[in-house]
Ligand binder design. Structure first.
Ligand SMILES: O=P(O)(O)OC[C@H]1O[C@H](OP(=O)(O)OP(=O)(O)O)[C@H](O)[C@@H]1O
Length: 444
C-alpha cells in the first residue's frame, strides 16, 4: 500500500501512465490537459496534491515541445498547490542530445546526413557524403554540407542592415573600392555610430531617391576557430525543470550520462540494458554464437556491457565524422571493426530517431556477411520516415522499449517488437517514494 503518493500523467504517453499506476496499485490523479484557442497549454489539477509526493509521467518524442511545456506547467502547478515533493519521470529525456553540439573544423555544427533517397525514391542506406577520394569531384551531398551553411550564415550577416533587422532580400552593397572613394569624397555624410544607409528623397529638381552609406561594412573574413552561436538547449531544459519546481528526476538511458551533472537535483538514470539483455537470452536462439555490435563509438560502453554480461563477442561500427585532410568536409562513412560473418548481428543503441544509423549499419553488416541483423534500441523515437526506412532496410527485426508510445509504429512496421518498461519505472517510483535504494535496479 502506497500512501500520500500521487501519479499524474502528461499527454505524451497515457498508456505508460496506466501501466505504472497498475503496478503501483494507485489510480492516476485527475488532471485536465488542453489548449487555449491561441495554442497555449492549459493544465488543471483536479485532485489535491497538498503535502503529497507527486510523480509526473511525461516522455520525450512526438510533440516534444508541447509535452515539455505541459510538464513544466504541471510541475509548477503542483508546487504552488503545496505538493511536498515533485518528481518528473521522463522515460525518454527530451533535448538530452543537445547537451553538446559537435562542430566541424571551421566551427559550424555538423549537420545530419541528407536523405538517402535515390532518383527512384528508394532508400540507399549509403553514407552521405561519400568517402572523398583524391581528385574526386565534390559530390552533390557535400555541396549542401555544413560549410555551405557557414557561408550562408556569413552572407546573412553581410545582409544585416545594421540595426538588428535582417533584410529579406539582399541589400545591394557598393563594391568596397567604390565605397571607400565615396568615403573620402563625401565625408560629411558619414556617421561613425551607424551602418544604416540614409535614403534621401531627392532634390527639388526631381532626382530619384539615393541610398548613401554612412560607413563601409566591415570586411568579413572567416576566422579560424570562429564559432556560430549554437544554443546548448540541454542546459536550458535542465534549468527550466529545476526552476519550475522539480525536486527529483527519473529517466532511462540518457544519451549522454554526463548530462546528470547539469542538474543540481537528484537524477536517477535507469538502465535499459537489463531488458535488452533478457530479450537476447530468452528470444534469440543460440545467442552465444551471435555478435553484439555497437553502431557508433559513443554507444560502445553500453553494448560491451551487454556482450560481457552474456559472454558474447563484440564488434564496433565507427561512424567517421571528422573532417578529412583531403576536403575538410564532413565525412559520415561507417567502418566495421570486428567479425560478423555468418553470425546473427545484434545492434545495440540507446535510441533510433531517423533510424539512419541502424539501417545504414544493417546494410554494412549484411555486406560483411552477417546472416541476420536485429536492432535492440532503448528509445524508439522513430520520427519522420523512420518506419518506412526500417521497412525498406536490411534489418530483420527492431526491438524497442515503450519509453515512447509505439502504438502507431507497431501498426506500420511488422519488424517492430516492443518491450514493456512501465514495471521498471513503477518500481523506481515505489523505491523513491519509500526512500529505498534504487541501485538494485542498476545491478546486472
Ligand atoms: O536514428 P538516428 O537519427 O540515426 O539517430 C540515432 C543515433 O543518434 C545518437 O547518436 P549521435 O548521432 O547523436 O552520436 P553520438 O553518439 O556521437 O552522440 C544515438 O546514439 C544513435 O546512434
Amino acid at each position: 500500500m502506497v500512501r500520500n503518493l500521487v501519479v499524474l500523467g502528461g499527454s505524451s504517453h497515457p498508456e505508460l501512465t496506466e501501466t505504472i499506476c497498475n503496478h503501483l496499485g494507485v489510480p492516476p490523479a485527475n488532471i485536465l490537459l488542453s489548449k487555449f484557442a491561441v495554442g497555449e497549454t492549459r493544465v488543471e489539477i483536479m485532485d489535491s496534491v497538498r503535502g503529497k509526493d507527486v510523480f509526473i509521467i511525461q516522455s520525450g518524442g512526438g510533440k516534444v515541445n508541447d509535452h515539455l511545456m505541459e510538464l513544466l506547467i504541471t510541475i509548477s502547478a503542483c508546487k504552488t498547490a503545496s505538493a511536498k515533493r515533485v518528481t518528473a519521470v521522463l522515460p525518454l529525456f527530451p533535448y538530452s542530445r543537445q547537451s553538446d553540439i559537435p562542430y566541424n573544423k571551421t566551427g559550424a555544427p555538423l549537420a545530419k546526413a541528407p536523405t538517402q533517397l535515390n532518383r527512384n525514391g528508394n532508400y540507399t542506406f549509403d553514407s552521405r557524403p561519400t568517402t572523398p577520394m583524391p581528385g574526386q569531384a565534390e559530390s552533390a551531398g557535400m555541396k549542401g554540407g555544413p560549410e555551405n551553411l557557414h557561408k550562408k550564415l556569413m552572407d546573412m550577416q553581410l545582409r544585416d542592415n545594421g540595426d538588428g533587422q535582417r533584410s529579406r532580400s539582399p541589400v545591394k552593397m557598393p563594391r568596397r573600392s567604390t565605397m571607400e572613394s565615396v568615403s573620402s569624397e563625401k565625408s560629411d555624410y558619414f556617421d561613425d555610430n551607424s551602418l544604416t544607409p540614409t535614403v534621401t528623397n531627392g532634390s527639388a529638381n526631381g532626382d530619384k531617391p539615393v541610398a548613401k552609406f554612412h560607413k563601409a561594412p566591415p570586411h568579413f573574413e572567416p576566422q579560424r576557430g570562429y564559432k556560430q552561436w549554437v544554443a546548448q538547449a540541454g542546459t536550458l531544459v535542465a534549468d527550466l525543470l529545476t526552476c519550475a519546481g522539480a525536486d527529483h528526476i527519473i529517466t532511462m538511458d540518457l544519451h549522454d550520462p554526463q548530462y546528470q551533472g547539469f542538474f543540481d537535483i537528484p537524477v536517477d538514470n535507469l538502465y535499459g540494458k537489463h531488458l535488452l539483455r533478457k530479450y537476447i537470452q530468452f528470444h534469440i536462439p543460440q545467442y552465444q554464437n551471435a555478435v553484439i555490435v555497437s553502431p557508433d563509438a559513443g554507444g560502445a560502453k553500453r553494448a560491451t556491457a551487454i556482450a560481457d554480461a552474456l559472454g558474447m563477442p563484440f564488434a564496433l561500427i565507427h561512424k567517421e565524422r571528422r573532417p578529412t585532410q583531403i576536403t575538410d568536409r564532413q565525412n559520415a562513412t561507417m567502418m566495421l571493426v570486428g567479425d560478423v560473418a555468418d553470425r546473427v548481428a545484434i545492434l545495440v543503441d540507446d535510441l533510433a530517431d531517423t533510424s539512419n544509423t541502424i539501417t545504414r549499419a544493417a546494410k554494412l553488416l549484411k555486406k560483411e556477411g552477417a546472416s541476420k541483423v536485429i536492432a535492440l534500441v532503448t528509445h524508439g523515437v522513430l520520427s519522420g520516415d523512420a518506419i518506412d526506412r526500417i521497412n525498406a532496410s536490411a534489418i530483420d527485426k527492431v526491438v524497442v522499449t515503450n519509453s515512447v508510445d509505439q502504438e502507431e509504429n507497431k501498426k506500420r512496421c511488422q519488424k517492430l517488437e516492443v518491450l514493456e518498461v512501465g514495471n521498471v519505472f513503477a518500481e523506481a517510483i515505489r523505491r523513491v517514494h519509500h526512500g529505498e535504494s534504487i541501485s538494485v535496479l542498476f545491478h546486472d
